[in-house]
Design a protein around this ligand. Structure first.
Ligand SMILES: NC(=O)c1ccc[n+]([C@@H]2O[C@H](COP(=O)([O-])OP(=O)(O)OC[C@H]3O[C@@H](n4cnc5c(N)ncnc54)[C@H](O)[C@@H]3O)[C@@H](O)[C@H]2O)c1
Length: 292
């Protein structure tokens, strides 16, 4: 790939300003519901963005959609975050294109029905297949590994390059389940609690190297992975669980992807230069509310 100069005077002027202008940002899970909004926002604020994901066709469709809006400083890079060699190759592609990596956003992750129990609680009459004891071990491991190991591997690969450069920022994705378990999604909650713990651990470990590590904890945003839990199949409204979430959310709505942009941009920018090891809820007050 041809090397592009991102250290020229124009970029340097931008890089001196607060925000993400002139920064080289890698986003995993870029074509997902939440991260595509972040990618667009980063580009609108003058960043260079590597769209990383498993499916080149989806990444290219996103890149073209962004380019049609005049946001041309993006490249598509195919990599599975669980495949270390592919992640290393993704980093090499970014370094070949832009010469450095400033920011990593670990957006790849999510839940899967196979790591979920249909029953919220087990009663004596609950069919066993709907309980923890019917949960498929492969499904549990898939969800756990995707969220935790799929964060750890890019942190190791990209974090090392940042350490070599003496600076860098990592932003992980936690969830409401990082703070309190949510019924049904046991594997997902265990993984996201681990991501929160790992975020604080890595922030401590890498602070002397000039690397900051934080996480966003989005509240409830409707996406492909949780639609089946929140929205009725026939589209007639929310599920009982969806209604419960809304009732527990002081702002009385689900999040919109753009709700995350300001928080993400702030945490990865130099304006947050003394902030590391935080897990920031962006949740319409869900965590703040006791339920009573
Ligand atoms: N949507 C919500 O309400 C919500 C709430 C809290 C946290 N989150 C977290 O936010 C992040 C983004 O979620 P989303 O709602 O946009 O989900 P999404 O499913 O729309 O996006 C996830 C993206 O990750 C990609 N991905 C999956 N496995 C991958 C792998 N092995 N390698 C590379 N890419 C892979 C998917 O293809 C998809 O593009 C996830 O970590 C999710 O757990 C979401």
């Amino acid at each position: 790939m041809e090397r592009e100069d991102v250290n020229g005077a124009a970029a340097q002027n931008c890089a001196d300003k607060a925000g993400v202008a002139g920064k080289v940002i890698a986003v995993t899970g870029a074509a997902g519901v939440l991260c595509r909004a972040l990618c667009e926002d980063f580009l609108r604020h003058g960043a260079f963005v590597a769209l990383i994901g498993r499916h080149m066709d989806k990444l290219e469709a996103l890149r073209e959609e962004l380019a049609a809006k005049g946001l041309t400083a993006a490249i598509s890079v195919e990599a599975d975050v669980l495949d270390r060699k592919a992640v290393e190759a993704a980093l090499a592609t970014i370094l070949a294109k832009w010469g450095r990596i400033d920011i990593l956003v670990n957006g790849a992750g999510g839940n899967h029905p196979k790591g979920t129990t249909p029953a919220e609680q087990m009663e004596p009459t609950t069919p066993v297949e709907d309980t923890f004891f019917g949960m498929n071990e492969e499904g549990f491991s898939h969800v756990f590994n995707l969220n935790l190991t799929g964060t750890v591997i890019p942190c190791q690969v990209f974090g090392k390059a940042m350490c070599d450069a003496g600076k860098g920022v990592i932003l992980n994705f936690c969830s409401m389940a990082s703070f309190h378990p949510l019924t049904k999604v046991g594997a997902y909650g265990a993984a996201k609690a681990a991501v929160a713990n790992f975020t604080c651990w890595l922030a401590t470990h890498l602070a002397p190297m000039g690397i900051r590590v934080n996480a966003l904890a989005p509240g409830f945003f409707v996406s492909d992975q949780n639609r089946f839990l929140l929205i009725a199949k026939d589209g007639s409204g929310y599920t009982a669980r969806g209604n419960k979430v809304i009732a527990h959310t002081p702002m009385r709505r689900f999040g919109e992807p753009n709700d995350l942009c300001g928080a993400a941009r702030f945490l990865v920018s130099d304006e947050a230069g003394f902030i590391t090891g935080v897990v920031l809820p962006v949740d319409g007050g869900f965590i703040a509310h006791s339920g009573v």
